[in-house]
Design a binder for this molecule. Structure first.
Ligand SMILES: [Mg+2]
Length: 233
């Protein structure tokens, strides 16, 4: 039996990482006038991950990381005009339409009839709230939670807050590190729906995943059938 079904948002309900990859490509093109392409290829990813501690997640942090990397890789030679371009990349990401995956709306509509649904996303509150609003999906969720990090401890706090027993809780998401492993760790259930791109920070080794049991689906359209099965157990 399930008392609550929770969903991750970015790259589970709508496209996210592909936006970052597009911006990273444009960033590389911009810097290619300063040095040969390929140079410093991974520097942006490294800076971005290091900066989580200072800025947290999201597009604003990513924009600051692009500027920091550009200054570093050009040895301070980047022009104010090019920094303006970088700021523009970030702003365009913030203003972009939310692009839902296939089957998302019908699946949420179907499940919301029988179960309380919760959205659990991590990141910048303002950014995430704006995406949720633009997605048109808020109506299907009884609870929406934006957390700083998704760890066993943070899931435990959420479940206590909403009076849900871990074994009657199902989390659906695209990130093994944030949506699946911490939920299994506290005795919850998890459905993994991989997305074609996984940000370096969210990647985990196969060793970490092999010790745990979760269900993997290809897309959200397969979820109602699985929930119907789990609901009878
Ligand atoms: Mg995600």
């Amino acid at each position: 039996m399930l008392d609550m079904i929770a969903f991750d948002a970015d790259d589970t309900l709508w496209h996210n990482e592909s936006r970052y990859l597009e911006a990273k490509d444009r960033f590389k093109q911009l810097l290619s006038t300063y040095h040969s392409p390929g140079w410093g290829e991974n520097r942006l990813d490294e800076t971005e991950i290091q900066n989580i501690r200072s800025y947290g997640y999201g597009i604003k942090s990513f924009t600051l990381s692009m500027i920091e990397t550009a200054i570093e890789l050009t040895d301070g030679q980047i022009t104010a005009r090019d920094i303006e371009e970088i700021l523009g990349l970030g702003k365009r990401m913030l203003e972009a339409e939310v692009q839902l995956f296939e089957h998302v709306e019908e699946t949420l509509a179907k499940l919301a009839r029988d179960y309380p649904l919760m959205l659990i996303t991590k990141g910048d509150l303002f950014e995430q709230q704006r995406k949720i609003e633009r997605s048109g999906l808020a109506q299907y969720f009884r609870h929406i939670e934006v957390v700083g990090e998704k760890t066993g401890a943070s899931y435990r706090v959420l479940l206590e807050k909403h009076h849900v027993e871990p074994h009657r809780f199902l989390m659906v998401g695209n990130s093994m590190r944030s949506d699946i492993l911490p939920v299994l760790e506290i005795g919850g259930r998890a459905v993994y729906i991989p997305y074609q791109h996984t940000w370096l920070h969210e990647q985990v080794s196969t060793d970490e995943t092999q010790q745990h049991e979760y269900v993997e689906l290809e897309d959200l359209g397969q979820l109602p059938e699985l929930v119907a099965r789990l609901g009878k157990q």
